[in-house]
Design a protein around this ligand. Structure first.
Ligand code: OOG
Ligand code: MG
Length: 261
């Protein structure tokens, strides 16, 4: 894709999100769009968002569960970025009329105390550089019709990022094994999805390590103070007005929000 096409694609995605309008997949106009092109579109989209005044909280990983990777036929997860204006306070609400067709998933986030620079980073190194674990609910809202996309489409669309609710930061408990921590996602008091931290490439720290190694190819690193969303532990569940949503992460506590019309 040439520079004009990259910029135009990023603009379409930016305005689809701003005006909560669904659009055709980018690959219907650009069937040859590669993963590299898609990350370049994402970079244009990120700079548009920065220009419009929202700062970056940190990166997010997506398609980290084996189920999602198989579904998309990929061997490597994808990443995108979470912005300040996507943050919903714990116990707060989201407005359905500002979103397209949102889904929610339960995640574990890491707050880094030190920079992490790949390549060759392991989950152990990530854990050593992490100060806090945070239970989180991510609201994903693909800008594409019917939430249907190919890999380059979803990368260009900032990995469907839309909103995030963080629970309380928990100073890294030395004896908590995140891989076996039970995570449940509840809607209106009913458990809809359940998993353990191991669903995220064996351990959520492995996901952050993969991210550090992916960013290293671009001479970028994970920065101290960033919050990293490591990817859905549970499947994503469609939201509707009136839903009361919560997640419980064993050893880390709860996080919740409500859906208004
Ligand atoms: C892509 C984003 C996936 C996750 O945690 O796997 C994601 C999508 O499924 O729309 O955020
Ligand atoms: Mg996610």
């Amino acid at each position: 894709m040439n520079a004009t096409a990259l910029k135009e694609t990023a603009r379409l995605l930016y305005f689809a999100e701003a005006e909560n309008r669904e659009i055709e997949r980018m690959t219907s106009d650009y069937p040859d769009m590669t993963v590299e092109d898609a990350y370049r579109v994402q970079e244009e989209l990120i700079s548009l968002k920065l220009k419009h005044g929202s700062g970056i909280i940190g990166p997010k990983m997506g398609l980290t569960s084996r189920a999602k990777m198989q579904q998309m036929n990929v061997e490597e997860p994808i990443y995108g970025y979470i912005f300040e204006d996507m943050i919903v306070p714990n116990g707060g609400h989201i407005n359905m009329d500002k979103l397209i067709h949102p889904k929610v998933e339960a995640e574990i986030a890491f707050l880094l105390g030190e920079d992490i620079e790949g390549p060759g980073i392991t989950g152990e190194q990530v854990l050593a550089a992490t100060d806090y674990f945070i239970p989180a609910l991510e609201i994903i809202d693909s800008r594409y019709k019917n939430f249907s996309f190919t890999l380059p489409d979803v990368i260009a669309d900032n990995a469907s990022s839309s909103r995030v609710v963080f629970g309380e930061r928990i100073k890294k408990p030395e004896n908590l094994k995140l891989e076996s921590a039970e995570v449940s996602l509840m809607i209106n008091g009913v458990v809809k999805e359940q998993g353990t931290g191991a669903a995220v490439v064996g351990h959520p720290a492995n996901s952050a390590a993969m991210l550090a190694n992916m960013l290293a190819r671009k001479k970028q690193k994970l920065k101290a103070g960033s919050i990293i969303l490591t990817g859905g532990v549970t499947g994503a569940v469609m939201l509707k007005p009136g839903d009361s949503v919560s997640a419980q992460v064993e050893g880390l506590g709860d996080v919740s929000f409500a859906v208004c019309s």
